[in-house]
Design a protein around this ligand. Sequence first.
Ligand SMILES: Nc1ncnc2c1ncn2[C@@H]1O[C@H](COP(=O)(O)OP(=O)(O)OP(=O)(O)O)[C@@H](O)[C@H]1O
Ligand SMILES: [Mg+2]
Length: 445
Amino acid sequence: METILVIDDDDAIRRTLELHLKDEGFEVLSGADIASGRELWLARSPDVVILDLKLPDGDGISLLEEQMQAASDAIVIMVTGYQDMEYAIRAMKSGAFNYIHKPLNIDELDVVINKAVSQIRAGKQAKTLQDDDASEFKSDRIAGQSQAVLEIHKQIGLASKSKISVLIVGDSGTGKELVARAIHHNSTPEQPFMAVNCSAIVPTLMESELWGHERGAFTGAHQRKIGRMELAASGTLFLDEIGDMSLELQAKLLRVLQEKSFERVGGAASIPFNARVITATHRNLEDMIKEKTFREDLYFRLKVAVISLPPLRERREDIPVLVAHLLKKINRELHRNIERVPDAVMKRLLQYDWPGNIRELENVLIQAVVRSSTDTLSLDFPGEMTMTTREKREMKSLAAMEKEHIEWVLIEVGGNLGKACEALGITRPTLRKKMEDYDIKPPPR
Ligand SMILES: Nc1ncnc2c1ncn2[C@@H]1O[C@H](COP(=O)(O)OP(=O)(O)OP(=O)(O)O)[C@@H](O)[C@H]1O
Ligand SMILES: [Mg+2]
């Protein structure tokens, strides 16, 4: 569990963040000024610090600079009430991980925190695996041994050499986002990776999400918002589910790609667009062009390079490699050590058609790991296989699933911790620690 320190003099913000972040499963500390913030920072070495710019006893950037000098390895997210880009730039130069504007948008903050946390986890993982099999195991490794996967590696390498637009096509769960991130990491790792899911944001908000807007651009635009295009800087703008973008926005996007510049909504200034564009979709854009729901001219701009990810059932030889890879990842995240996969289980995994592809395989394995009490993977067929397609499942973190499972076991064993430990295959101190971490109360016996 990561610790997040919030330093802000606004009581309401501190309280809101405390509640929200605790809900998200973090340990939260907070301070209302530089002095108390510094004390907590030094005493508790938080993983992430959310730091306000203007505090009653000084400015946040000085505290940031001071702590960076002192080699703090906290990830710092600056919160600025000012629309002044200079502060943001100074914060970034001083070693801030990112900055967000007030009034705080919790969704935006979540995105930034998730990125920070995955960076922390990737770093920790790199450290713990250093003398192990570090070269074999990278957080964003694309596992597989089929000809198709070798080809994908090659295409990622080629695409990483320049900043050409890349279109990634493939069914749900085939690894489109993973490939997009791999291209980014191989080409401009020090620059931002900005992902926007075109199907998750309502079209009316999409425009200001991407382009940003000026204060007063429309009713409710109380202040300037910097859009994803601008935030992507010289890094990558990843437009996921591009097939779901409205025709109107397609036309606007095309103009940005042609002119390499854009204006914020309601703004006159032309802002250069320097990011590489990666798009992904599970739809058939050529069919959409015939139906006149996708612009052909935009399609040609986007598919300078195309990477096509085949469904898992067409490369079954990757299944054993993926199982090994995903099991390692799940074991590490859940602190389990399940290594043996019985032949009968592997046979079933190889036969199944995987409509939800690798995402579905990952979900099936998580469930199985959570339920296995020995070092052998146990899987209930066919029940386990039918309930795991993406449509029927909710996106959940491993921790949330683990918490649910522990709660369920505790109820099943009538609150008997000894029996629960036996069923879960863990020791009593481990169970106690997990119950404390997840805030699980033992059920009445
Ligand atoms: N070749 C691979 N090796 C290891 N893990 C993989 C591989 N391909 C996909 N994954 C994992 O499978 C999951 C789904 O991948 P990802 O989110 O990239 O798919 P997607 O194509 O974007 O799916 P969707 O269309 O559902 O958004 C992720 O957890 C990813 O890390
Ligand atoms: Mg995706």
